[in-house]
Design a protein around this ligand. Structure first.
Ligand SMILES: Cc1cc2nc3c(=O)[nH]c(=O)nc-3n(C[C@H](O)[C@H](O)[C@H](O)COP(=O)(O)OP(=O)(O)OC[C@H]3O[C@@H](n4cnc5c(N)ncnc54)[C@H](O)[C@@H]3O)c2cc1C
Length: 440
């Protein structure tokens, strides 16, 4: 069998492109296959917030990944600019997590303590102090949690820069190349079937956003996923009204270059259609004007939508697929794929290259190694994994669950994956999906 590439990557969004870049940088011959145009799905729709602190509800492993990833942006921005000439628009002005109610104030004050205990900068501001920082903020503000470390980028430019940088470093990048199936042989991945015929490789990475679960299902790998549509709009102002991102339950406003304000986002689970609804936009506009009344005077620019790749319990799948040697998953980043793209690219490259000197942070080993020693075929039982360190017997999942957890950091003891035999593949017990989705 002819192996034309060291690695084939399925999906040319920000995740697949980051992986291609990281692997090409480390001398691998890479083929990136995108069925449409590069970066035109979720990655083009994103607000670009690097919300390592604003997005994470606790300080578990995913938070560790998020802050590692956020910290990678300054150097990444320089690297990508040098290789491609593309400025990814990194802005490090911080974010105001705004409370408009008592409940929100309590939540944010609790989060301030949590973040500080984790060694991050977080400061509760009175309404007056918040208004001093951002005078356009609504008079209805009860106060705000100031997170100076959470920045933002231009998401479509980041995706484009990763893909272009990968090309510059020798990766082959093919648009309009649909992968119809994954090719396997005697328990290992050997390539992919495309509309143009088979392509062979010893390593295949599935980074196909919300469609990843469907591709995996065809070879018997169960990665429960579903799309969550998000609608956004943007307006133009004659002079800049904001410096920091404003973020509250159900709405955020991200100041972009040239007086442009990006407003997001609705939450429509299980929708594969990308139409922008009037009802969705109307609700978003109401929320945004509550947060920043001057928005009403701004000039309309455009509206759009994208499909966030969500998993059953809200945690991404990143790592090896134990059932098939040479097969990797990098999908399900939901609301944080832009933020998590640098670290995901690096971690997958580490996996493909066999870890070693370049392997990731020791405290994340649990996340990376879960499930790798569990054999398929044992009884299904449920369980949870918490904390960090080496995996113990007691933490061992059933075959199906280890398959899922192999790639998923577990946010907290509350989060629990559901076995297939319980007949609830898409449930997430102990996690209030609605509440975590509400803000984004
Ligand atoms: C409205 C909205 C706002 C968001 N805001 C933020 C934010 O502020 N910060 C943040 O960090 N994240 C944000 N996100 C989330 C972020 O956009 C996603 O997590 C991220 O883009 C996922 O990247 P991806 O590459 O996995 O998926 P995608 O960008 O969807 O890319 C997957 C690609 O795979 C391709 N593909 C699928 N099937 C095949 C196949 N069979 N063969 C070949 N190619 C295939 C698709 O065409 C697609 O281009 C937001 C998302 C939305 C929708």
């Amino acid at each position: 069998m002819k192996h034309m590439n060291d690695v084939i990557i399925v999906g040319g969004g920000v995740i697949g492109s980051s992986i291609a870049y990281n692997l090409a940088k480390r001398g691998q011959s890479v083929m990136l296959l995108e069925r449409g145009r590069l970066g035109m799905e979720a990655s083009a729709a994103a607000g670009g917030m690097l919300g390592a602190q604003s997005e994470m509800e606790d300080t578990g492993p995913l938070f560790q990944w998020a802050r590692q990833s956020r910290a990678m942006f300054p150097q990444l921005s320089e690297e990508l600019k040098a290789l491609t000439g593309i400025d990814i628009g990194l802005v490090r002005e911080g974010l105001l997590n705004v409370a408009l109610s008592d409940v929100q104030e309590q939540e944010l004050r609790a989060r301030e303590k949590l973040q500080r205990a984790a060694g991050e900068q977080a400061e509760w501001l009175s309404a007056a102090a918040a208004a001093k920082l951002e005078p356009a903020l609504s008079g209805a503000t009860r106060g705000a949690l100031y997170l100076p470390g959470d920045g933002q980028v231009e998401a479509p430019l980041l995706a484009a820069a990763f893909a272009q940088a990968a090309r510059v470093l020798g990766a082959k990048v093919q648009e309009f190349a649909q992968v119809q199936g994954l090719l396997t042989e005697r328990g290992r991945a050997v390539g992919v079937m495309t509309s143009e015929g088979p392509l062979y490789s010893d390593n295949v990475v599935v980074a196909a956003g919300t469609w990843s679960g469907q591709l995996m299902a065809r070879i018997g790998v169960d990665l429960p996923m579903y799309p969550v549509k998000g609608e956004c709009f943007s307006v133009l102002t004659t002079k800049p009204l904001l410096r920091k991102t404003l973020f509250t339950t159900g709405c955020y406003i991200v100041p972009k270059a040239g007086g442009r304000l990006l407003v997001g986002a609705t939450v429509v689970p299980n929708s594969y259609d990308r139409k922008v609804s009037l009802a969705g936009l109307a609700e978003l506009m109401d929320r945004a004007r509550l947060l920043m009344p001057a928005l009403g005077e701004a000039e309309w620019e455009k509206a759009w939508s994208g499909l966030r790749p969500q998993t059953a319990d809200g945690l991404p799948y990143i790592g090896k697929v134990p059932a098939y040697e040479g097969l990797y998953a990098a999908c399900g980043h939901y609301r944080n794929g832009i933020l998590l793209s640098p670290v995901t690219g690096k971690v997958i490259a580490d996996f493909v290259l066999g870890g070693g000197e370049d392997s990731f942070q020791p405290e994340l080993e649990l996340v990376l190694e879960i499930g790798s020693e569990t054999e398929l075929g044992s009884e299904t039982t449920s369980g949870t994994v918490t904390g960090t360190g080496t995996r113990t017997e007691a933490q061992t999942f059933s075959a199906m669950e280890s398959l899922l957890d192999a790639f998923s950091p577990d946010l907290s003891g509350q989060s629990k994956r559901i076995g297939r035999r319980e007949g609830k593949q898409f449930s997430a017990i102990g996690k209030e999906l609605h509440s975590i989705e509400a803000a984004h």
